[in-house]
Design a protein around this ligand. Structure first.
Ligand code: PEP
Length: 249
């Protein structure tokens, strides 16, 4: 069975609640499709107004981060139950910006993965190499490590429902998209890694996105690759172009 594409926007630290509602109202008709899952991952404060604005549309609202404890003295964090109570179905975990600026590690990502599954939230787990790692020829070793640690303790049934976003760090927000061949090669490698950890059936089911300066021009070729099941989109998700990316066919 063909995997259903999943195209997600990562708004990062953009859009006030008022702007979020305006953007959703603008994008709603443009991202309408029956062919893919469409997710807007928005800042925590935008989740509730975004959920309200997206009502009746095909847009699912996701979060950009989540903490791995249930509740308590973790000032500034958002719990899984806070997300599910607000209707959130997806959460981006381990984005490279969180790893770089907020000391996120594969170990903390793993704890968040386990918590997300426990609460029925689908994780979009990010992985990706730096330019130096690519130049040193260790891209796949590095990503395999991120995937293996990220999925520690995750069952095959859970893994089959997960989303992995392959985002080469050198391609995020730089306008430099990985070539279609580079993106496909790594996404295929990630699928093989999942097959090694679990089995071929789980690897066939898990959805793997490409992310890194995806735009309306590059999306069609990228998304047509056999191991690329959609995209995680930053900058272009804040523009009407996102409609073209979602309707890439
Ligand atoms: C991202 O934020 O995950 C991303 C891929 O950003 P951009 O599309 O702007 O490179």
């Amino acid at each position: 069975m063909a995997r259903r594409k999943i195209i997600a926007g990562n708004w990062k630290m953009n859009m006030t609640p008022t702007e979020a509602v305006e953007l959703i109202n603008t994008l709603k008709p443009l991202v309408a499709t029956d062919d893919a899952d469409v997710v807007f991952c928005v800042p925590a404060i935008d989740i509730i107004p975004a959920m309200e604005a997206a009502k009746g549309s095909n847009i699912a609202i996701g979060a950009e981060n989540m903490y791995f404890e249930e509740k308590g003295a973790y000032t500034g964090e958002i719990s899984p139950a806070m997300l599910t109570d607000a209707g959130v179905k997806y959460v981006v975990l381990g984005h490279s910006e969180r790893r770089e600026y907020f000391a996120e590690t594969s170990e903390t990502v793993n704890k968040k993965m386990l918590k997300a599954f426990e609460h029925g939230i689908t994780p979009i787990m990010c992985c990706g190499e730096t330019l130096t790692q690519r130049e040193q020829g260790v891209t796949m070793d590095f990503i395999r490590q991120q995937v293996k640690v990220g999925f520690l303790g995750v069952t095959a049934e859970q893994a089959a429902t997960a989303v992995i976003a392959y985002e080469p760090i050198w391609a995020i927000g730089t306008g430099k998209t990985a070539t279609t061949e580079q993106a496909q090669e790594v996404c295929k490698g990630i699928r093989e890694c999942i097959a090694e950890i679990y089995d071929a059936a789980t690897a066939e089911k898990i959805r793997i996105q490409y992310g890194g300066s995806v735009n309306a021009a590059t999306a069609p070729e990228l998304f047509a690759q056999p191991d690329i099941d959609g995209g995680l989109v930053g900058g272009a998700a804040l523009k009407p172009d996102f409609g073209k990316i979602v309707n890439w066919k």
